[in-house]
Design a protein around this ligand. Structure first.
Ligand code: FES
Length: 159
């Protein structure tokens, strides 16, 4: 009679290695989630279950943290993350035109990701670089005094 093998490895490439780097302590929840997001790109349902099991805490606690902090994404994001500031200084200096140009170019709304998972766009509150308003951040690189034309150019250089 053959052996029964139970597969417990996750379906998400790299997830098990990320889990193995963190001690099984509840205090590791946020660092673990940040690590998962860095490696997987977002926090999937499977990742939440795996984190809960690894830390021996309820899934609802993991879900509560993931949905509380805006830094965590529940859906797969684009390879390029475009964030347009909507803070007061940027708003006054034309942020609305920037977001309009970006979303028109990519064919998606703020909060969405292109079908090919190349770009995600989101509106963000003040980046703390108000002197550079309007500000757009792409893959953590800050662009200041952005015009709609410049925003399009930045996107085009990434494709
Ligand atoms: S309002 Fe946009 S950086 Fe502060």
């Amino acid at each position: 009679m053959g052996r029964i093998v139970t597969l417990t490895a996750s379906q998400t490439p790299g997830l098990d290695a990320v889990l193995a780097r963190h001690p099984c302590e509840e205090s590791q929840l946020i660092p673990l989630l940040q690590d998962i997001q860095d490696h997987v790109g977002y926090i999937s349902a499977e990742s939440m279950r795996a984190a809960a099991t690894h830390l021996n805490i309820p899934e609802s606690s993991v879900y509560g943290v993931v949905t509380f902090y805006s830094q965590f994404y529940l859906t797969r994001q684009g390879r390029h993350k475009v964030k347009v500031c909507q803070g007061t200084a940027c708003h006054v200096r034309g942020a609305v035109e920037i977001i309009r140009a970006v979303t028109a170019r990519l064919g998606i709304k703020p909060g969405e990701t292109t079908r090919d998972f190349e770009f995600s766009v989101e509106r963000v509150a003040c980046f703390g670089s108000c002197a550079l308003a309007p500000v757009m951040v792409v893959n953590e690189k800050v662009y200041g005094n952005v015009t709609p034309e410049m925003a399009i150019r930045i996107l085009d250089e990434l494709t």
